[in-house]
Ligand binder design. Structure first.
Ligand SMILES: [Zn+2]
Ligand SMILES: [Zn+2]
Length: 126
């Protein structure tokens, strides 16, 4: 039995990346994105799993994906934003202090999730 169904669209690959992907089969990889595409052996859920994020003192994130054909173009930002917001314990009532930004700031922070975390490395140019 795998845990894919219980997991969110964005998860940290814990306790270790190797452990997280141990029941997964590797389908593809991208050296440009520093990520690999996996399929769960039990439920066939596709996952994008980052690699080498620890070089940036970040945890490797894993993202659920449905369209594995276009996985390199998959926008991971919505799932990542959701994860970051829950990491911060939610949003506060204040607006982001970034000029022109109307998003709500993260709890105990002055800025919103986009402006507080410049780690949206995929799809950020579109
Ligand atoms: Zn699974
Ligand atoms: Zn903002």
């Amino acid at each position: 039995m795998c845990k894919c169904k219980e997991l969110n669209d964005c998860e940290e690959a814990l306790p270790t990346r190797d452990d997280f992907i141990k029941e997964f089969r590797k389908l593809d990889s991208s050296s440009e994105l520093w990520a690999e595409l996996f399929a769960c052996d039990s439920c066939r859920q596709r996952w994008i799993v980052e690699e080498r994020a620890e070089a940036d003192h970040q945890s490797n994130k894993a993202f659920k994906i449905d369209d594995s054909v276009n996985w390199l173009k998959h926008d991971t930002r919505p799932a990542l934003a959701e994860w970051l917001i829950s990491e911060h314990g939610g949003l506060c009532e204040q607006q982001c202090t970034f000029t022109g930004c109307e998003a709500k700031a993260l709890k105990n922070m002055a800025v919103c999730v986009q402006h507080g975390h410049p780690i949206y490395k995929w799809g950020s140019t579109t």
